[in-house]
Ligand binder design. Structure first.
Ligand code: 5GP
Length: 122
């Protein structure tokens, strides 16, 4: 399936500087910022600057430089925020069953309290 990227989404607006964000870190290819409605004491969103809709779109079509930069940035955030000791969770929602609200690929990094089981049973 070919993904069509809609550049009206809120993260595209953040990347264009049209709305503010609380930046955690920024690199050539990647931006990380605090979630506006945090689900845990630490809730960082990591996004590629390129126009990718979801995880498999990014993983299939991003350049090696984008992929490396994104993942090294996640690792650096985990280290810089000291998340290794107590642990953390990364989540990437995709599509309707994944309940993805913003159609620009983003990885949630959640930490700072016990996060419970990964999924409820519903
Ligand atoms: P999704 O459900 O797509 O995986 O997650 C989207 C996330 O984006 C949600 O956790 C939501 O709180 C966050 N979000 C939505 N709008 C904004 C915004 O304008 N700024 C920031 N920082 N986060 C947002």
């Amino acid at each position: 399936m070919a993904y069509a990227y809609d550049d009206h989404n809120i993260f595209a607006k953040i990347l264009r500087g049209e709305i503010p964000n609380s930046t955690v870190t920024e690199t050539e290819h990647t931006l990380a910022f605090n979630d506006i409605a945090p689900q845990a004491p630490t809730h960082v969103l990591v996004i590629p600057k390129g126009a990718y809709v979801c995880a498999d779109h990014f993983m299939a079509e991003a350049s090696d430089a984008e992929l490396l930069d994104f993942h090294r940035t996640v690792a650096r955030i985990v280290a810089d925020l000291g998340l290794q000791a107590d642990g953390y969770r990364t989540i990437a929602n995709a599509g309707s069953h994944g309940v993805q609200e913003v159609p620009h690929y983003h990885l949630h990094i959640l930490a700072g309290r016990p996060l419970g089981r990964m999924l409820d049973k519903a």
